[in-house]
Write a protein that binds this ligand. Structure first.
Ligand code: ADP
Ligand code: 5GP
Length: 209
């Protein structure tokens, strides 16, 4: 971790961005939109997980899908910046995932849960913290059900975690920006406004290279 941050500072690259918020709040939807509009500006930190891929997800692009044994070995070796247990599965950000993006001078995006946010706060990665929140628990449940990716058990676990997440995210100073994703376009405009300074930094670097 020390090495990574020393390198990062020496490069004076753009600040990473942490995205958090309840499962189903719309993080992936907003991130995909952002990365499509700003091609060559953002890079996704590909996490490791022990959960199974959903239809349409790709190993190495959405996640590195691994077994508990492989993940635990990596954690024990110190390969991870942070890791957490969420809804019965392990998730974690490897040092390599962040370094790969930062080596390209891109804004590194981390999509992580609340435990991840708290653990990243103990490092010197110094990201911008953005929370994506649903308008209500009812809307969140509907979105998760309509997405049709979760078993009833997983859905209930996610809704329980969401309740905790929505309470904690009110803690003053935990997030730099909190966006309520009610209308998608409005939420997206707020997201772009929050990231404008970093986006312009990368555009400048790209123009001068
Ligand atoms: P997350 O990545 O936070 O788990 P997703 O991006 O997968 O959430 O969004 C959950 C579901 O809600 C998806 O089916 C997505 O299409 C839908 N969704 C996202 N944002 C909105 C919105 N503003 N209005 C209605 N549906 C949305
Ligand atoms: P999903 O299974 O819906 O893709 O993700 C479930 C939760 O795990 C989401 O809140 C997501 O932000 C979080 N998550 C994904 N990758 C990581 C990671 O590397 N670390 C942590 N702490 N959480 C992660």
């Amino acid at each position: 971790m020390r090495d990574l941050c020393t390198k990062e500072k020496a490069m004076a690259g753009p600040r990473p961005v942490v995205f958090s918020g309840p499962s189903g709040a719309g993080k992936s939807t907003l991130l995909k939109k952002l990365m499509k509009e700003y091609d060559g500006v953002f890079g996704f930190s590909v996490s490791h997980t022990t959960r199974n891929p959903r239809p349409g997800e790709e190993n190495g692009r959405d996640y590195h899908y691994v077994t508990r044994e492989v993940m635990q070995t990596g954690i024990d070796k110190g390969d991870f910046i942070e890791n957490a247990e969420f809804s019965g599965n392990m998730y974690g950000t490897s040092k390599a995932a962040v370094q790969d993006v930062q080596a390209k001078n891109l804004i590194c995006i981390l999509d992580i849960d609340m435990q991840g946010v708290k653990n990243i706060k103990r490092t010197d990665l110094s990201p911008i913290y953005i929370s994506i929140q649903p308008p209500s628990m009812n809307v969140l449940e509907k979105r998760l059900r309509d997405r049709k990716t979760e078993s009833e058990e997983s859905l209930l676990k996610r809704l329980h975690a969401a309740q905790v997440d929505m309470e904690i995210s009110k803690e003053p100073g935990l997030f730099d920006v909190v966006i309520v994703n009610d209308n998608l376009e409005d939420a997206y405009e707020q997201l772009k406004a929050a990231l404008l300074e970093e986006i312009n930094k990368v555009k400048k670097i790209n123009m001068s290279s």
